[in-house]
Design a protein around this ligand. Sequence first.
Ligand SMILES: Nc1ncnc2c1ncn2[C@@H]1O[C@H](COP(=O)(O)OP(=O)(O)OP(=O)(O)O)[C@@H](O)[C@H]1O
Ligand SMILES: [Mg+2]
Length: 300
Amino acid sequence: MTKPLISIEALARRYPAPGGTETTVFENVWLPIAKGEFVCLIGHSGCGKTTILNVLAGLDQPSAGVVIVDGREISGPSLDRAVIFQGHSLLPWMSVMGNIAFAVTSRHPDWPKDKVRAHCQKYIDVVHLTGSEHKKPAELSGGMKQRVGIARALAIEPKMLLMDEPFSALDALTRGSLQDEVRRICTETEQTVFMITHDVDEAMLLADKIVLMTNGPGAKIAEIVENTLPKDRRRTDIHKHDSYYALRNHLLDFLVTRSKTFASEIAGKSYDPRRPPLVRPGETAAAAPPEIAPARAASA
Ligand SMILES: Nc1ncnc2c1ncn2[C@@H]1O[C@H](COP(=O)(O)OP(=O)(O)OP(=O)(O)O)[C@@H](O)[C@H]1O
Ligand SMILES: [Mg+2]
């Protein structure tokens, strides 16, 4: 088996609790991520998703375990791992070009100004902000600001792109078009991505693998779900693929029920946190449940 680009190994996070005890937010989290893979992490609020992303970014220390990137244990933030936060986190006094150029210059301090500008322009064009280079964040819409954040992260050409619910604050239309852009860019550039979302449809559109976390405290990875939809899926026809409903129902069923009952589900069975089950919904599943089967709606 080829070595993963990123390897999360035995990760745990604990916080002191009243009475001198400890609360374990999550424990024994193992996850390999291959180069070029798009991984989405789904789980209920408080199970530790942002904490895991922050550890990957080098912004937080785990209580146990390590993250290995390209064969080396990480020890802090690095321009190898770019983060796109929920808020845009742009420097308000700098223009669109200035914000992106600032990041690119940090990555390539030896590059002459012309080269930095040309490089930034490429990514400004990619996120369709051509013509807004001189604008300050206050002059941009929420979606445009988020685009600048995406362009800035991509422009430093990181080994890994980390995104924490990057589209959740946007209206549905902007969210949809930004998801399409991120999918196009990440596919074209074979970008390795780790993204947190609460949105099952977003995960199904974007991810190659969807990692399901149980509820905290003591959260763990329950399963890794392989996206069984074809690679060339599009938002407009995603629901027409054979495995769409099996995949969607599997994810929803986990969030609604199994995220709480997983501990009893595995009681007495072999569950190895180092190798959480890899499932491919739709491949062995029976027909989609009648209440949401698309064929009925279409033929009605
Ligand atoms: N400094 C702290 N002290 C104690 N507990 C903390 C601290 N920081 C975070 N936690 C706890 O860690 C848990 C995980 O937090 P985290 O932000 O990673 O959750 P999350 O899965 O990203 O949730 P959400 O979906 O709401 O963003 C939460 O239950 C939170 O209360
Ligand atoms: Mg969070």
